[in-house]
Design a protein around this ligand. Sequence first.
Ligand SMILES: O=C(O)C1=C[C@@H](OP(=O)(O)O)[C@@H](O)[C@H](O)C1
Ligand SMILES: C=C(OP(=O)(O)O)C(=O)O
Length: 432
Amino acid sequence: MTTPATHADLWPAPTVTGPVAATVTLPGSKSLTNRALVLAALADGPSVVRRALRSRDTLLMAQALTALGARVDTSGDDWAVTPLDGSVAGDRAEVDCGLAGTVMRFVPPVAGLVRGEVAFDGDEHMRKRPVGEILAALGGLGMRIDDTDGALPFTVHGDGAVPGGTVVIDASASSQFVSALLLAGARFDAGVDVRHDGKPIPSLPHIEMTIAMLRDRGVAVDDGDADRWAVAPGPVAAYDEAIEPDLSNAAPFLALAAVSGGSVTVRDWPEATTQAGDALRDLLARMGCTVERTAEGLRVTGPAEGWRGLHGLDADLHDVGELAPAVAALCALARTPSHLTGIAHIRGHETDRLAALAAELGALGADVTEHPDGLTLRPAALTGGVFHTYADHRMAHAAVIVGAAVPGVLVENVATTSKTFPDFAGFWAGLL
Ligand SMILES: O=C(O)C1=C[C@@H](OP(=O)(O)O)[C@@H](O)[C@H](O)C1
Ligand SMILES: C=C(OP(=O)(O)O)C(=O)O
């Protein structure tokens, strides 16, 4: 399995010299692209995923589904997908999850629906991210999985069919456990009836996204009761879908408006969306930015004094934890204190993000306190220095946001942004 080489390189984050005025077209959503690919592989005919995100996570998903017997043509911007043909390619397939939660959680249920052995592994840190709960659930639904410790690596023995039925899981570590079961559930013999028993599930908009995409493809989903989702057995219709821009990856770009006191417009911001990143409109407004929809998209204008004018934020980010690194970076620059809560689960993301943010923002002089489920940040003068990214794309986003305000921030392994954004550093530097 590929473990990307560790990059010792340090990238000097560009610092703003005045208000930035920019209009940007951002690459497609990771979450939408990877769901569209899975559903296309399970569909009853060929599908097209238009304006697919081309990044490490989505190419790993395309490779995984190809190993399972689908065909994904990633040569252009619109990816044509021919569904699974029933057996894995070769005697035994290997799936590299990289550091993609969506690959590690969404693909195993699909592997049960084809015949053959499928071995899953990923980056070193991926072996620490939670997956045991979903593997146990799949066992309860009739799948055969060799798994010694509830973590990568593991092997799925696909029988070409999954009995399905009712299952109780604790999805408090990740909403992706629920999404994974729902995405493939219509193709299980009895469908799937998932009940959650545990602390509140994080990132609920991502479950809404899963349900909306299933319904678009004619799948019946009953979500009438809290903490329960039932997917009726039946076909998944082939579908032609255009992927929205990634609104969570819009965070650093909109933050650039906030930091520089300029205006950044993200083109094609959807009127209605299930993406968690849509919450940026409210969060940035609460920090003192002006947020407007324009004919082109969404425009954010920072306070006239730039980052010196930003208000701190009291926010429960439980639903939108993937925004926490960028938001924490802005809070570290703000002129009043911030309390970010409800995000214990982001300790299980690409790295322990609470520990990493506390360490790296703290190393630059931020007054930051780490709590079991969040961060408190108080105003402090920041200085330059090395910002480690822990192979986490969103830690790199946090680093460049601080670096836009504070000279001398050196971002370690900025290339880790390729998880969800091609040539992020080049794109970013082009704006400053
Ligand atoms: O289903 C998805 O596409 C995602 C769900 C969320 O995961 P968690 O529920 O683990 O936070 C989110 O943070 C992640 O970036 C993408
Ligand atoms: C948590 C994230 O990713 P993943 O899909 O790997 O869980 C993220 O992108 O912030």
